[in-house]
Design a binder for this molecule. Structure first.
Ligand code: ADP
Length: 258
């Protein structure tokens, strides 16, 4: 039987994303929400309430992300690397280097002109190069995460931060503030320290331009600007950067044989 479409679900550590495509690759449904503690309930609610119109026998279900194993009814599961690559290639159709900075991990993925994986590197061991680092900072400064980057971007200088670890950076922030250093300059320094971590990941596998940013942290203007400056390129940003892996998953579900 011909399928009517495909459901791509990306359960990240921070956000839960769903994209439904019809058979012509048109997006007919999308949703993003915070990932709940009991993911299995969130998945059950999604299928029993939100996705009822997309019948199980007519739509393929492809799961990715850190919680992909929890989706028991998935037809297939793919890694986030595969899904990011697929989503970005659909949008840009060229060889490139993808930087995906999510809530609890960051990845650099190199893609050739056919949309195939050339190389990748991933950091999921240390929060300092991830969105969680920025979330902690936003909490510490009592600033909304969506405003943090703009404040950092507008600072005149970046206060050097010597701590390489999120926990130690917190004590360094307190010490710098107590010395009267401006909060926006500390924020810029913290953004720069994250960017330098990503830069070294990019350098370790080599930059194949263009640099394309994906994942929630690419919504942060200071990260975009500083990463471009550090790498000497003008980064491109995926149109809906948090949905890239869910989109890629849904596209993979439309492919015959998957
Ligand atoms: P994951 O897929 O790993 O769950 P996401 O790709 O959704 O994570 O990225 C989550 C991160 O994106 C957060 O930790 C935060 O740093 C960042 N983020 C989310 N929304 C915004 C926003 N509006 N502006 C800036 N940064 C954001």
């Amino acid at each position: 039987m011909e399928i009517k479409g495909s459901i791509g679900i990306d359960i990240g550590s921070t956000t839960f994303k769903v994209i439904v495509l019809d058979s012509t690759k048109r997006i007919v449904y999308s949703k993003i929400m915070p990932t709940e503690t009991v993911i299995v309930k969130q998945v059950n609610d999604l299928f029993s309430k939100e996705l009822l119109e997309f019948k199980r026998e007519e739509y393929r279900i492809i799961a990715t992300g850190y919680g992909k194993e929890i989706i028991k009814i998935a037809d297939r599961r793919f890694t986030e690397i595969t899904c990011h690559l697929r989503g970005i290639f659909e949008e840009f159709r060229r060889s490139c280097t993808i930087v995906d900075i999510g809530g609890q991990d960051s990845k650099v993925i190199k893609c050739n002109q056919n949309g195939e994986l050339v190389d990748f590197i991933m950091n999921d061991k240390c929060s300092a190069g991830t969105g969680r680092f920025l979330e902690n900072i936003a909490l510490r400064f009592n600033i909304n995460i969506s405003e943090l980057g703009e404040i950092a971007r507008n600072a005149n200088i970046a206060q050097p931060i010597s701590s390489t670890c999120t926990v130690f950076a917190e004590s360094e922030i307190i010490s710098l503030l107590s010395q009267g250093i401006r909060a926006d300059e500390i924020l810029k320094g913290l953004h720069l320290s994250l960017v330098k971590r990503i830069k070294s990941m990019v350098k370790s596998i080599g930059l194949e331009p263009p640099l394309i940013l994906s994942g929630g942290v690419s919504l942060n203007p200071a990260i975009r600007e500083l990463l471009g400056r550090e790498l000497g390129v003008e980064p491109l940003v995926s149109v809906h950067p948090q949905f890239t892996a869910a989109y890629g998953a849904a596209l993979l579900g439309l492919k015959k044989g998957n």
